[in-house]
Ligand binder design. Structure first.
Ligand SMILES: NCc1[nH]cc(CCC(=O)O)c1CC(=O)O
Length: 336
């Protein structure tokens, strides 16, 4: 398929201004960097990870973390999809960038809205941690061991739909809260097992709670899962230059493809959507699924293409998804 890189493609893409190597010298090294972060244990771990990387890159700079509570952290009782979705986790951090209280914000890419306002740019996508979902349980070693009627906790429509399609005899039950809260609810016996992102557990030193990694064929990950992204003001190219050593080009290409699929399908927490890309044999291999929450229908597609054109590949993938019935599913979700 032919993909002229027209302005429309560029508008739709994540703005990740790559800074040519020779331009680095044009910016003085930082003397102070402030990182805005949510205050959950996972978010703080991620911010500290970036702080430590920056401190070793720029030993003479002071790197501080500005912890903030976002609306997404405060609203714990209702499904996120109902109260405003992913944007709730980034808005306060973006305000700190705009007001000059912070230079950059560290996010789980999975939680970053598919479209950012013009003032902001994703300036670095870092190397991906484990992308898979993890099976966590004290009594059972894997999904296959669960008896009929066993209660599995997850609040992700993506996980729920794929579970229901493949394990119709299980009971999927809502589970919210930060990682520690979710594990506590499991340990209190409210669930027989729960499904969480493996990356979050590993980062918090809870990797030993993972009984099994769900193969991506079983639970295709969310766009950006396992990758950290760094956001800064589009008007501050020097921040992008400081962060350029943290960029993982392979992860960046993969996550761009995943996010472009999600963006094209108006991906939100309300649409069960999975998009996962790897580089294999020098090419991008992008897989995506759109499902009914009850798992009764799943549209799936996979495409392979040029590493240099993730958005073009995503467009192919979206076309293949629509051909497999994704539009009908989206229409049903919009007008139940
Ligand atoms: N939705 C919350 C969230 N955002 C990022 C992670 C885990 C880390 C990652 O995927 O990078 C999690 C926890 C989870 O889904 O279990």
């Amino acid at each position: 398929m032919d993909h002229p890189a027209g302005p429309a493609d560029l508008d739709a893409a994540d703005r990740a201004p790559s800074v040519p190597q020779q331009e680095h010298q044009a910016y003085p090294k930082p003397t102070r960097i402030v990182i805005a972060s949510r205050e959950s244990r996972l978010a703080m771990w991620q911010a500290e990870h970036v702080r430590d990387r920056l401190s070793s890159l720029y030993p003479s700079a002071t790197v501080d973390i500005l912890g903030m509570t976002t609306r997404g952290d405060q609203i714990l009782d209702r499904p996120l999809a109902k109260v405003g979705g992913k944007g709730l986790f980034v808005k306060e951090l973006e305000t700190a960038l705009l007001e000059g209280r912070a230079d950059l914000a560290v996010h789980s890419m999975k939680d970053v809205p598919m479209t950012l306002a013009d003032e902001f740019a994703l300036v670095a996508t870092m190397e991906r941690e484990l992308p898979q979902d993890a099976f966590v349980s004290s009594r059972y070693a894997s999904l296959d061991d669960l008896p009929p009627g066993a209660v599995v906790g997850t609040s992700s429509l993506r996980r729920e739909s794929q579970l229901r399609a493949q394990f119709p005899y299980l009971t999927v039950s809502s589970l919210r809260g930060n990682l520690d809260t979710r594990l506590r609810k499991l340990d209190e016996g409210q669930y027989d097992a729960i499904i969480l992102a493996a990356a979050g557990l590993k980062r918090l030193g809870l990797g030993d709670r993972i009984r099994a990694l769900l193969p991506v064929e079983l639970s295709l990950p969310a766009a950006g899962q396992g990758a950290l992204g760094i956001e800064a003001l589009a008007s501050r190219p020097e921040v992008a230059a400081w962060l350029s050593p943290l960029v993982c080009p392979v992860t960046e290409a993969c996550v761009r493809a995943e996010r472009a699929v999600s963006r094209a399908l108006a991906g939100s927490c309300e649409v069960p959507l999975a998009a996962y890309c790897v580089v294999e044999g020098g090419a991008l291999w992008l897989r995506a699924r759109v499902a009914m929450p009850d798992g009764s229908r799943i549209a799936a597609a996979e495409v392979r293409g040029n590493v240099a054109q993730p958005e073009a590949l995503a467009a192919d993938c979206v076309e293949a998804l629509r051909a497999d019935g994704a539009q009908a599913i989206l229409d049903d979700l919009a007008h139940p």
